[in-house]
Design a protein around this ligand. Sequence first.
Ligand code: ATR
Length: 294
Amino acid sequence: MKYFAVIGNPIAHSRSPEIHDAFAKALGLTINYQRLLSEPAQFTQTVNAFFHRTDVGVEHARTECAEARNPIAGHGMNVTVPFKEAALQYADELSEAAQIAGAVNTLTNQSGKIKGDNTDGIGLVTDILTNHQWPIADKRVLMVGAGGAARGCLLPILKQQPQQLTITNRSVDKAQSLAEGFQKYGNIDYADYTDYATTDTLNRPYDIVINATAASLHGQMIALPAEIFSADTLAYDMMYAKKPTPFMTFAQQHRATAVDGLGMLVEQAAQAFYLWHGEHPETATVIQRIRQSL
Ligand code: ATR
C-alpha cells in the first residue's frame, strides 16, 4: 500500500482525499490518502515526518532509499495554500512546470529524493480543452490576477499557442512584471483594467477570460469592463462553489458562458495521480459527484 497526503492550512475542507480515493478505486488500486494540517513554522518538519527524512538538503546519502527501508514512508504529497512556495524550496529536484510557476503543488518520493512538480496549469488547460471543449490555440486569452494562481498557469496556456495572452491586475505593476518575465515563452502582454478606456486590448471581447484573483473567495466582484465579454467568451473562475461566483454572474449578464474551477481541481489531481501511479484516471464522474455534493 502506498501512502499519500495533502498538506495545507486550513485543510479540513480539502476534497483531495475523496478525489484520489475515487481515482484509485476506479482503477482497482488501494491507497492511503490523508489530510495533513501544518503550522507554517512546522512545514519542513511535517513533510520530513511524512517522507521519513531527517536532514533535508544536508545529508541526502543518509535518507536515500528511505522509502525502500520504511514501507510506510509517504510516496506522494499534494500541497495547497499557503505552502506552495515552501514546497518549492523543500524539493530536491524540480520539474520545468514547477520552476517556471515558482510553486509546487505535488511532491513525489523518488527513492528518498523529493521531486517537486506543479500540475495546476495543466489541470486548468485540460479542463478548458477537454471538459469544456473550448479551444485555446490562436485565441485571445485574458488572465485576471497576477499572484501565484495566475503565474502557475501562464506557461501551460502559452504552450497552447494562443494568439495573445493578456494579464490584467488591480496592481498593474505586478501584471507588467509577470508579462515581461514570460515574454520568452510566447505572445504575452499586460493591460490596466482600472484605466481600460485608454488601452486597445480591453475594449473588445476575449475568447477566454480567466479569473485567478482571490476576489471570489471573499464574494467580491472585480471592476472589469463589460467589453471583454461576448456570447463567444468562456469566463472561467478558478474558484468553485455551489452558487455562481460574482465574476461568473457578471460574465453571464454580458452573455458569456461562465464556468467555475471544480474541473481544474479534479484535473490537477488527475495529473498528480498520473505522476504517482503512471495511469490516467477517469475524471468526468468524479467532477459530477463532487458537483452534486457541493
Ligand atoms: P494567489 O497565490 O492565490 O494568487 P495572491 O498571490 O495573494 O494569491 O494573489 C491574489 C490576487 O488576487 C492578486 O492578483 C490580487 O491583486 P493585487 O495584486 O492587486 O493584490 C488579486 N485580488 C485579491 N482581492 C482582489 C479584489 N477584491 N479585487 C481585485 N483583485 C483582487
